[in-house]
Ligand binder design. Structure first.
Ligand code: MN
Length: 349
């Protein structure tokens, strides 16, 4: 395993990572006393995670909620958006609040984000709370927080929590094990992405031993879709458009389409990823008309094609392989402008 973590120096030299951004499991484990020390004796802790929360965001936030309970500390999980339908099975998901129920937090923990603007409307609240603990596996772009537990080699924030809390006085209950398994399962794309390492599978094995149920979590997360989301995917797939010899695929979903299957925006979750499953496709886009004259765009790419750059042309942002933006114009104009930019992106990479 050791060579896996030995990229630390190399990454720092490249200037892409904060010096502390790659931690070995042992180094993460060694930060547990700091975590306990900074939160010990607190009365009410705010736990935050990112906009449009995914399995890792909610699984990690709710697991921290449980660990704090074991320390005798009250906490509240806060998120700008409500949990999506397929994550509402997570133990405690019904207690995730979009607005704070208290005003007197004496500490905060944020998980699965490094830039505080990813907290959305909750950013001012979290910025006003001290101390702030940050636990994350993204490449740092900011350095907020009084204690930062960041490891970009970890496949999920939930995996960092495993390294932090395993073999300690904390108990990994079956409930916590399900929460952490959900984080690792979703962030590794069901153990398909390159971040699925031997170490992450060992963590999963330990979670199963602690009582997590892989079949149940898998069924809840991936096989409990609404009829509308399947129907809107069907529409999208049969109306797929292609450019640049199949290198670019995109779909437009108008208000009429949404209405015809009684779908909501939530029902398009993950849809853009499906377009990327076509062998020739390098860049995929989904344009949806959230209301007339308001077009929201999700972009995905493989390899070096940088869709964050394309999104930034239209005032959006994101990561190299996953980004988004919005247009305040009609669908046809948005589509023309976007596709032209995507073609340039494909041809210049
Ligand atoms: Mn994550």
């Amino acid at each position: 395993m050791s060579q896996f973590w030995d990229t630390k120096e190399q990454n720092v030299e490249k200037g892409t990572l904060h010096p502390m951004a790659v931690l070995s499991p042992e180094e993460i484990r060694n930060l547990l006393p700091d975590f306990v020390e900074i939160l010990k004796g607190k009365q009410k802790v705010a736990i935050g995670t990112h906009l449009n929360p995914d399995g890792d965001a909610l699984g990690s936030a709710l697991a921290v909620h449980q660990f704090l309970r074991q320390m005798g500390i009250q906490s509240e999980v806060l998120c700008h958006h409500e949990p999506p339908p397929n994550l509402r099975f997570l133990p405690g998901a019904e207690d995730v609040h979009t607005h704070p129920h208290s005003q007197d937090y004496d500490a905060a923990v944020v998980v699965d984000l490094d830039a505080l603007d990813r907290l959305g409307s909750l950013r001012p609240l979290f910025e006003s709370i001290q101390p702030l603990v940050l636990i994350d596996h993204h490449i740092p772009v900011e350095s907020p927080g009084d204690l930062r537990i960041i490891s970009t080699k970890s496949p999920a924030t939930a995996a960092i929590l495993c390294d932090l809390f395993f073999d300690s006085d904390f108990e990994i209950t079956p409930l916590i094990a399900d929460l952490l398994l959900t984080g690792i399962l979703t962030d590794t794309g069901c153990f398909r992405y390159p971040n699925t390492t031997a170490h992450s599978l060992k963590l999963v094995a330990s979670l199963l031993e602690a009582g997590a149920s892989l079949p149940r979590v898998n069924e809840e997360v991936y096989m409990s879709r609404s009829l509308a989301s399947v129907q809107i995917q069907g529409h999208a797939m049969s109306h797929l458009k292609l450019a640049s010899e199949g290198g670019i695929a995109w779909v437009t979903l108008t208000n009429d389409v949404f209405n015809s299957v009684q779908a909501t925006d939530e029902d398009t979750e993950g849809l853009v990823n499906e377009l990327l499953a076509v062998s020739t496709v390098r860049i995929a886009g989904l344009l949806r008309e959230s209301k007339p004259g308001k077009i929201r765009v999700s972009l995905r790419s493989r390899g070096d094609f940088d869709v964050a750059q394309v999104a930034s042309l239209f005032g959006g942002g994101g990561h190299k392989n996953a980004a988004g933006c919005a247009f305040d114009i009609d669908m046809q104009s948005a589509e023309e402008q976007l596709v032209e930019a995507l073609i340039r992106c494909l041809e210049s990479s």
